[in-house]
Design a protein around this ligand. Structure first.
Ligand SMILES: NC(=O)c1ccc[n+]([C@@H]2O[C@H](COP(=O)([O-])OP(=O)(O)OC[C@H]3O[C@@H](n4cnc5c(N)ncnc54)[C@H](OP(=O)(O)O)[C@@H]3O)[C@@H](O)[C@H]2O)c1
Length: 264
């Protein structure tokens, strides 16, 4: 049985992972980490239901003790610090948190020289399949099709567009042989004028308790192709994260994505 440490244990995803652990015999919880400002430090990792026997700590080194693998569902601003502690402890890490910048990604790439690092802005198996479909559609339809990516999430989500929307944009850009940052349009406020050919537009909706929805639209004169994924329960991200974490145990150091886990 593998020992699992969770960064971001008190959050929506942290608690969802605990639920998913109930029917995942491959894992037991070994560490539960929250911020130094958390109101739940020293309490049991389970916010409700049967206790886990693991107490919440803000000390990452302590939380990683005995862990075979760590998953990080905290904040994008914390992922590099967490990855460095994992490297020092020799523990592989799955980065599920989103909203980190390019400089943080560079740090993760460096850390991946020492330990396995899996960056997974969306751990649902369905979204990974959708990313593959988007890539195929982008390559097959060609650059004359306008591409727009829309996403919807709950009112508490911090980053926009979502990490998944950006990853889907990357999939289109890669298939077209262009850099996403050169073609992405995030704002059309005001007199934005006609659509720039080759651009990839993003739009964002934040409302209620929406778990996560993404649509990639390919449109040309006379037709429109839409590829949509709708997550209806966070448990899908949690189950996918545990599947990926299990895959990560024992891998050589390196940078991985969900496509490696699923063989896509
Ligand atoms: N990969 C995926 O499939 C997927 C799916 C859903 C969400 N996400 C991403 O996962 C992240 C978490 O989402 P969520 O909805 O669970 O957010 P959330 O409910 O706000 O939870 C965030 C958690 O991070 C903890 N935290 C904050 N600072 C920390 C630090 N310095 N060290 C350790 N823990 C810290 C918070 O703990 P305290 O406040 O108690 O300190 C809380 O437990 C977001 O980036 C989100 O975009 C990814």
């Amino acid at each position: 049985m593998h020992a699992l440490a969770i960064f971001g244990i008190t959050g929506r995803m942290g608690q969802s992972l605990l639920h998913a652990l109930h029917d995942t015999p491959a894992f037991r919880l070994s560490g539960a980490i929250a911020s130094a400002a958390s109101g739940r430090l020293g309490r049991d990792a389970a916010g409700e239901g049967p206790p886990t026997g693991v107490l919440i700590t803000a000390d990452s080194g302590l939380g990683l003790q005995g862990a075979s693998v760590a998953v990080d569902f905290s904040l994008g601003t914390c992922v590099t610090a967490h990855a460095r502690v994992c490297a020092a402890a020799g523990v592989p890490i799955l980065i599920g948190a989103t909203g980190f910048d390019a400089a943080s990604r560079d740090v993760l790439q460096q850390v991946a020289r020492d330990i396995p690092v899996l960056i997974a802005p969306n751990t649902s198996v369905g979204v990974s399949a959708v990313a593959k479909l988007v890539s195929l559609a982008a390559a097959g339809l060609g650059p004359s099709y306008d591409v727009e990516i829309s996403e919807a999430h709950h009112r508490m989500k911090r980053d926009a567009p979502s990490g998944t929307a950006l990853a889907l944009g990357e999939a289109v850009a890669q298939a077209r042989g262009v850099a996403l940052q050169e073609v992405a349009i995030y704002d059309r406020t005001g007199l934005s004028g006609p659509r720039k050919p080759g651009s990839i537009g993003f739009s964002v909706l934040r409302a209620g308790d929406i778990v996560g929805e993404h649509t990639v639209t390919f449109a040309a004169a006379g037709e429109r192709v839409e590829i949509t994924h709708r997550a209806t329960d966070r448990i899908t991200f949690a189950r996918g994260a545990l599947r990926a974490a299990e895959w990560l145990v024992g891998r050589p150091a390196g940078l991985y994505g969900m496509q490696n886990v699923l063989g896509l």
